[in-house]
Design a protein around this ligand. Structure first.
Ligand code: PLP
Length: 397
């Protein structure tokens, strides 16, 4: 997945353009910037590559998730249904708005189970937020239909799935709003950065203003611009955008390499009848950023994970025992360990976490191992890796 592996002269040149002009900010200073608008150019590239009308770059993926909800009006006391398997950023972003993350079970897609989603809907539910973990996707058809029936927003956290598609459309562009991360370990990196994408013009305008203190960006005197509503500063810098601009042009190349490496590993593991692979919804195509598979039970997965580490096969995650990606280890959320007081609404809204169990998610995450697909491997290295994986996994079965 990580684009940083291919950091090259292309990135250096884009950054050098910014350093030469000295204009590190994405707005204003028109006369001094030698025609360089890296953030704007990257937004246009994203719109073209993803086939979406609007893209707003921001300072991080976490900011992008928060903004995706904020621009569509999600806020205090609203419930956002999201999966038990995601990066902590997804619920942090919900809570930043005073909204309530409602965690529900995943299924064998490793993302939201539509049946669990339907059961979790209450009069306070405002949005359903699938998180397309590890380069693949939720059953968007089922989720879209639930959203239509209950008049809810569909917000896609596609931070780990740039380049994946569903029915020929880029993930992130299917719901009402979508978001991406360009942090250091994502498929495309800006160092730090993120994007909100949408086909909804009002949401796009909201994103443009909200990410820059509410500035309406009309005219060329920042001090004279008006502020139609409150905002924050989630701006990306030109330096970060410049890196991403070089990277995004290579997205199709990155995805092709991932696919090649993924396919070699998958074919090797397919020979083991005890190994099954995550379900990709019909008409979906992964970004091949990870190869995710299931073993027969938790103990086997634990042994395989330890064995892979011992054999030097790095980048394979057993998320059940990981502190950041699965509900089982989120005590800081369950115990509401906040630096500052949390609203009564959110406290009440999160009480369910004291008692709720997630057996179905435990079953899938307990048995799952997801292996990062690197870009920089040679074909020979991938083949050796495949062989090592087969040997280790066979030995624990
Ligand atoms: C990386 C990630 C984020 C947050 O992105 P940052 O740019 O690191 O803030 C949010 N959601 C998911 C699923 C992620 O993987």
């Amino acid at each position: 997945m990580p684009g940083f592996e291919f950091f090259s002269d292309l990135e250096r040149q884009e950054v050098q353009d910014v350093l030469d002009s000295g204009i590190l900010m994405r707005y204003g200073f028109d006369a001094m910037r030698n025609g360089h608008w890296k953030a704007k150019e990257l937004e246009t590239e994203l719109q073209n590559k993803l086939g979406v009308k609007y893209a707003q770059l921001v300072s991080s993926g976490t900011a992008a998730v928060s903004m995706s909800l904020a621009v569509a009006g999600v806020g205090a006391g609203d419930e956002v249904i999201m999966p038990t398997f995601t990066f902590v950023a997804s619920f942090e972003a919900v809570m930043m708005l005073g909204a309530i993350p409602v965690l529900v079970d995943i299924d064998d897609t490793l993302t939201l189970d539509p049946i669990a989603v339907e059961k979790a809907i209450t009069p306070k539910t405002k949005a359903i937020m699938p998180v397309h973990m590890c380069g693949s996707m939720a059953n968007l058809k089922a989720l879209q239909s639930i959203c239509n029936t209950h008049n809810l927003l569909l917000v896609e956290d596609a931070c780990q799935a740039i380049g994946a598609t569903y029915k020929g459309k880029a993930l992130g562009t299917i719901g009402d709003v979508g978001c991406f991360s360009f942090d250091f370990v994502k498929t495309i990196t800006c160092g730090e950065g993120g994007a909100v994408v949408t086909n909804n013009k009002d949401y796009a305008i909201n994103a443009d203003h909200y990410s820059d203190h509410g500035h309406d960006h009309i005219g060329n005197d920042r001090g004279a611009e008006s502020h139609p509503f409150l905002g924050y500063n989630f701006r990306i810098s030109e330096l970060n955008a410049a890196v991403g601009l070089a990277q995004v042009k290579r997205l199709p190349e990155f995805i092709n390499i991932q696919k090649k490496h993924y396919t070699i590993l998958r074919e090797a593991l397919s020979k083991l009848p005890e190994v099954s692979f995550r379900t990709v919804p019909e008409e979906g195509e992964e970004s091949y950023a990870f190869l995710s598979f299931f073993l027969p039970d938790l103990e086997t997965a634990r042994k395989a994970s330890a064995g892979l580490k011992e054999a030097g096969v790095d980048g394979c995650f057993h998320y059940y025992d990981n502190n950041w990606h699965y509900v089982r280890k989120w005590e800081h959320l369950k115990d509401l360990k906040s630096l500052y007081p949390i609203s009564t609404e959110v406290k009440e809204g999160l009480k369910y976490l004291q008692t709720k169990t997630f057996e179905q998610s435990d079953n899938y995450i307990g048995r799952n191992i997801s292996c990062l697909i690197k870009l920089s491997w040679t074909e020979e290295e991938v083949k050796i890796r495949a062989q090592k994986m087969v040997t280790v996994i066979s030995s624990v079965l």
